[in-house]
Design a protein around this ligand. Structure first.
Ligand code: PHE
Length: 349
């Protein structure tokens, strides 16, 4: 009996040489360890072995089974390694090939201009406060001294929500954020904020888009005067448009400020001499501003006999157009990559 085991072992040693790939490996494995394999057949003989020989037979059988299993495993590893080496050999990497260029993205011109505004105002001690784009009629108009039916609402016609939301609209100005900031301020004390964000109106031509970006500034404190407003806006205009910029204030009207002004700057193209951009006037209008109307302060819980404030607002798109020479506002929102890529290296200074 034991010779049989020896014979199986010898024949396996010979058959090992037949293994050249995964297929032959599998064939040999099945012919020894499979259901009808030679090793399996040997174990089936166990039941016919006389009891006194069972122990030796079992030991030898185990030995041969371990031998077969481990040799097959070794062969398998060797074959896998060989395959990997061959693959690595074939796949040489040519490090002299030029690399694929990674394209650098660029910031959207509106992001750049917004960051510039925020830099200037935060350096003057303002914090950035953002409000939602869907607003109540109350915050967008009523609490800014524009009750229902007020004529000045016409200039800010916007998009309104329907049904149970009919009191809501897409805000037409960032002044709404002022109302929120004043209401949230529990102490009803000083405030110094800028509120950038998207606003909406029923407009659409080369210089007006139904969606655009404003930034609002609000300062509330004791003893705030028009001189503070003027100094602040002069400094801001010089910082964003250049040191040579001159600023002038013209009387104007906004329901939420009194007195109200419109702010012009000397044309940055011709320096004030007169050109096509400034329509030969030398000046370009850039901001609306004024002293916060006492009604507005009172409606948001401020004591207007103790506190005053100034506010200003401007379209950031306009500044982006001036600064980057953009002639059609619609290109700003068109998402055409060929347009956006041009702002890759534009210096903001
Ligand atoms: N909200 C005004 C507008 O959109 C601008 C403005 C802001 C004017 C603050 C005065 C004070 O036209």
């Amino acid at each position: 009996m034991n010779e049989k085991i020896q014979l199986v072992k010898e024949s396996f040693s010979n058959d090992l040489n037949l293994i050249v790939d995964m297929k032959t490996l599998n064939d040999v494995r099945v012919s020894y360890l499979g259901k009808k394999g030679k090793v399996t057949e040997l174990s089936q003989m166990m039941k016919d072995i006389p009891n006194e020989d069972k122990k030796t037979f079992g030991m030898l059988l185990n030995e041969v089974r371990n031998y077969v299993t481990s040799e097959i495993e070794n062969k398998k590893k060797a074959l896998e390694e060989k395959a990997l080496n061959e693959k690595l050999e074939k796949e040489t990497i040519d490090i002299t090939l030029p690399s694929k260029k990674v394209k650098r993205g660029s910031k959207h011109p509106m992001t750049r201009i917004e960051e510039r505004f925020e830099d200037i105002f935060t350096s003057m001690g303002y914090t950035v406060y953002e409000g939602p784009e869907i607003e109540s009629d109350e915050n967008c108009f009523q609490k800014l001294n524009l009750p229902k039916g007020h004529a000045a609402r016409d200039a800010q016609d916007t998009f309104y929500l329907k049904d149970e939301y009919e009191n809501y609209l897409l805000r037409s100005q960032t002044s709404t954020a002022q109302v929120r900031a004043m209401e949230e301020n529990e102490e009803k004390g000083p405030l110094r904020i800028v509120c950038p964000g998207k606003v909406y109106r029923r407009d659409e031509d080369a210089t007006h888009s139904h969606q655009f970006m404003q930034i609002e500034g609000l300062v509330i404190d004791k003893d705030i005067s028009m001189a503070d407003l003027k100094g602040t806006l002069e400094l801001f205009c010089k910082k964003i448009l250049g040191e040579k910029t001159k600023v002038r204030f013209r009387p104007s009207y906004f329901p939420f400020t009194e007195p109200s002004v419109e702010v012009d700057v000397t044309c940055f193209k011709c320096g004030g001499k007169g050109c096509a951009l400034c329509k030969q006037t030398g000046w370009i209008e850039v901001l609306g501003a004024g002293m916060v109307h006492p009604n507005v302060l009172e409606m948001s819980g401020y004591d207007s006999s103790k506190y005053q404030g100034f506010a200003f607002g401007t379209g950031m798109d306009r500044f982006a157009m001036f600064k980057y020479g953009i002639t059609d506002i619609r290109t700003i929102y068109g998402n055409d990559i060929r347009f956006l890529e041009q702002f890759d290296r534009k210096d903001d200074e």
